[in-house]
Design a binder for this molecule. Structure first.
Ligand code: COS
Length: 384
């Protein structure tokens, strides 16, 4: 698929390959084992200007776009899904400001995020509001020139590591999803603290944590867009970020296929290399074909966003659902090809299998994606 990438994107991919070889590969097993956030790698990513690619030029970014973000996320994910999501979650967190923030908010926050001086996170999910994003309970009550936030956000990627949070809270609970609003909350604001850090099945290098707001007073100017626009901000953010999850899935799957190919070339049984067996060749062929198809759809979705189209939520969801299902299947097959060794922690494929699972769940479960896709298709059919 490299033919789909111009010189800039190939150069970007090469930078990520270098970061992967030099900084991620040697420590990915340790990060996984110890549930350790890759702070040093985030610094390297910042020095390599990778945080700039989704930020507009006038705010310190390089504005390379969604395809560039997908390429970088994919390549980092080939090495470690946990490191890659720690990177990509910054784009998710910054998206509400990029899409709907005021000029003042953009000027204040985006340059710090582009340089990597500060990390960012997006806080929508709560214990009772997962797929039902409109069911959030966190309250934001206007009090003079401030809003006072109360509530708990759950499973926030980069929680406790980021300094800037975009948070969805209800300003008008009577109106349900239409009463939600989006806010910027900075680390260190009195009344804002972190809850427990989660112990996860996969992507263990990434930090997943609760955010607790107890009478947390933030300036009214930290409201993104207008009161009542929070659900829309969240939906638009997710539409934009889902190709990133797809890219993560493609990268994880590619990493697993690379390992399976390497092993099948070295491993001998019955006196021959196991890649000479047709049964195994067919598995490899299907894995490769599925990955290329997922990659093509992911690049198409990201490319559609970059084209300026406003109508990408269906394709965005399609890429996410397809690529994540491929990643799950491919990583399970990679473990199968490595057999007993694949099941052991000495080999990286069991980690890749664990890392792949979340891509079917977060940023909207694959069941929700299918419902988004179907709704869009039915709407389109009615228009014809
Ligand atoms: N872009 C812009 N607006 C959107 C939208 C989108 N993608 N999707 C919905 N909306 C608008 C609708 O047009 C509707 O507006 P009005 O109230 O003005 O009519 C409003 O938002 C409510 O839409 P809807 O009735 O479809 O909302 P639902 O509660 O049925 O939920 C889903 C819609 C399921 C798609 C949404 O809740 C969702 O995406 N859930 C998954 C959330 C998620 O990804 N969570 C992961 C955590 S974040 S890492």
């Amino acid at each position: 698929m490299d033919y789909m990438l111009n010189e800039d994107l190939l150069g970007l991919k090469e930078i990520c390959t270098e970061i992967g070889d030099k900084y991620i590969l040697p420590i990915r097993a340790e990060l996984d084992e110890e549930n350790k956030f890759p702070r040093e790698i985030m610094n390297v990513i910042a020095q390599s200007d990778l945080f700039t690619i989704y930020i507009p030029e006038e705010y310190g970014g390089t504005e390379m776009g969604s395809l560039a973000l997908a390429v970088a996320t994919e390549e980092l994910s080939r090495y470690c899904g946990g490191v890659a999501v720690s990177y990509a979650a910054n784009a998710l967190g910054a998206m509400p400001i990029i899409l709907m923030g005021s000029e003042e908010q953009k000027k204040k926050y985006l340059p710090q995020l582009a340089s990597g001086e500060k990390l960012c996170a997006f806080a929508l999910t709560e214990s009772e509001a997962g797929s039902d994003a409109g069911g959030v309970k966190t309250r934001a009550i206007k009090d003079g020139d401030s809003y006072i936030l109360n509530g708990t956000k759950q499973w926030i990627t980069n929680g406790g590591e980021a300094q800037i949070y975009t948070v969805i809270a209800l300003t008008d609970p009577e109106r349900g999803a239409r009463g939600a609003s989006a806010f910027i909350v900075e680390e260190g604001t009195p009344g804002f603290s972190y809850g427990k850090k989660e112990d996860k099945m996969g992507i263990r290098a990434s930090a997943t944590r609760e955010l607790i707001f107890e009478d947390c007073r933030i300036p009214a100017e930290n409201l993104i867009s207008r009161e009542g626009f929070g659900f829309m901000v969240a939906m638009k953010t997710l539409d934009n970020s889902r190709p990133g999850v797809a890219a993560q899935a493609v990268g994880i799957a590619q990493g697993a296929l690379d390992e399976a190919l390497k092993y099948a070339e070295q491993r001998k049984q019955f006196g021959v290399k196991i890649n000479s067996f047709q049964g195994l060749q067919f598995m490899l062929a299907d894995m490769g074909t599925q990955i290329e198809a997922a990659r093509a759809l992911t690049y198409a979705a990201a490319g559609l966003i970059d084209s300026g189209s406003k109508n990408f939520n269906k394709v965005s969801a399609m890429a996410k659902v397809f690529a994540s299902d491929v990643a799950m299947k491919v990583t399970v097959d990679a473990v199968q090809i490595l057999g007993g060794y694949g099941y052991m922690k000495e080999y990286p494929v069991e980690k890749m299998m664990r890392d792949a699972k979340i891509t079917q769940i977060y940023e909207g479960t694959n069941q929700i994606q299918r419902s988004v896709i179907a709704k869009a298709m039915i709407k389109e059919a009615k228009r014809k």
